[in-house]
Design a protein around this ligand. Structure first.
Ligand SMILES: [Cu+2]
Length: 169
């Protein structure tokens, strides 16, 4: 009884080992582009932990965070085009709490470390603290942030469509 179980386990293990070997071969071939891409992005993005905050050197544009007369939660303006070095000041107007959060999976690897360095008091990766009271503000410098699209949202109101995109030219 025990022997047959062991034999069964052993043959099962051998099958697993065989198929495992095949998978390893397939995985290593499929995985090759990933380390290469990671190397390329870390080379262009610099050290992941070594970025320091880059100051605002251009204009600072205000984005209001509000609940409008129709009851909709939104950033105003939701879509904004700025230049590298500009800043965006988010101002809590009504309907809070609001925050400013970038989905890390939507931010280019080459930009993530700098954006993170430029965001003060993050409560989680690329997420600002909550703003509860009118006239609270949160300013993000886009100093040294490369051109691209940076979609963002308000965590409490994401399901209600409170989101926007900052395009850096
Ligand atoms: Cu909100």
């Amino acid at each position: 009884m025990k022997l047959s179980i062991i034999a069964g386990l052993a043959s099962g293990a051998m099958i697993a080992a065989c198929s495992g070997d095949k998978n390893v071969g397939a995985d290593s071939a499929a995985a090759k582009p990933t380390p290469a891409a990671a190397t390329a992005s870390s080379a262009s993005g610099g050290a992941t932990d070594g970025e320091s905050a880059a100051p605002i050197t251009g204009q600072t544009i205000e984005v209001k965070m509000l609940q409008d007369a129709q009851g909709n939660y939104r950033f105003d303006p939701a879509n904004l085009t700025i230049k590298t070095g500009d800043g965006v000041k988010f101002t809590m107007v009504s309907g809070g709490p609001h925050n400013v959060a970038f989905d890390p999976s939507q931010i280019p690897a080459a930009a993530k470390a700098q954006l993170s360095a430029n965001m003060q008091q993050q409560v989680s990766e690329l997420s600002s603290p909550m703003m509860m009271n009118p006239n609270e503000t949160y300013t993000i410098s886009f100093g040294k942030i490369p051109p691209g699209k940076y979609p963002y949202h308000c965590t409490p109101h994401l399901a209600l469509g409170m989101q926007g995109t900052i395009t850096v030219q």
